[in-house]
Write a protein that binds this ligand. Sequence first.
Ligand code: HEC
Ligand code: HEC
Length: 297
Amino acid sequence: MKLNPRKAMALALLGAAWLVPPTGAAWAQTPAPATFSPPDEAAMPAGPFGDAVKLGENIFRNTPKYAPQFTGNTLSCDNCHMNGGRLANSSPMWAAYVAYPAYRSKNKKVNTFGQRLQGCFRFSENGKAPPLDSKVMVALESYSFWLSTNAPTGAKMAGRGYPKLAKPAEAPSYQRGQVVYAQNCSLCHGANGAGAAAHGAVVFPGVWGKDSYNWGAGMSAINNAADFIHANMPLGLAGTLSAQQAWDVAAYIDSQDRPQDPRFTGSVAATRAKFHNNAFSLYGTTVNGHVLGAAAQ
Ligand code: HEC
Ligand code: HEC
């Protein structure tokens, strides 16, 4: 995996001793490798189109800095769509771009690629949807279009999204997840879930709390979180958690307080009934005597 210098440094600081797989980890099956490769960075075109592509990459890799008016937390697109949206099985942009327009049950309409991007701004970035003709949107679309150079339109590309994990043998458990988190995640993401920053730059993104994704985000559903975590975390040791551990730790982080769902109707129960009425969202349920969403930040 190619890390940017900031992350490589952070990993080096953590020390090699840590890079030992968790004991008892089942080495899960790795999904079929993607056959598509996006163009090299060096092949980025010059001229006005190249400028838009470069701006799009900058926004993607550091969203709070390059699109502050649309970002409500400290997350960047790159935190969940890793390696600048290039990494297969980390919901890469080259596989997404060629898959739209498409119907989404989340908003019950056919979405263009731009409308799909707006969704991640509103929920994952806890921000505001950039207008479809804004400079930010044009740049992100240019970058994604360029990454998908020579990809077939409408094809189902291997490596799209996060590989779907099988249902867990046992119901996801907060208690077991808490142990998985303490042993495999808190070193980087913090015991309080807030992540870590150095010199004003995010080194490890938060996984809950006010600077995290909100209750409307895809990652707040434990199936999406388990899929992402199993394929991509712990950073540098992806694939070392068992499927059960990934489900358990997903249930643990998605049982913590985070920003309110922007579709909030005024009541947690009504918001759950309208938007979260499924087994994967813990919003509005009671965990450890605490109604999730009631103390949303
Ligand atoms: C907190 C994690 C997170 C962040 C930050 C995030 N996303 Fe996403 N994104 C997801 C998840 C999870 C999904 C898929 C699950 C779903 O359907 O909601 C997704 C889906 C997408 C898709 C559709 C992928 C496909 O194959 O259909 C696009 C496009 C996308 N995101 C773009 C972005 C952009 C651009 C940004 C930054 C402005 C961003 N995302 C920030 C988590 C995130
Ligand atoms: C060595 C440090 C490290 C460890 C250990 C680690 N992560 Fe991460 N995690 C990161 C970094 C860095 C990113 C952002 C990836 C990027 O930008 O390329 C990230 C991203 C994430 C994200 C998506 C972004 C966000 O903040 O919501 C989630 C969720 C996540 N990690 C969960 C976990 C879980 C659960 C574990 C334990 C099983 C774990 N991580 C272990 C460093 C780590």
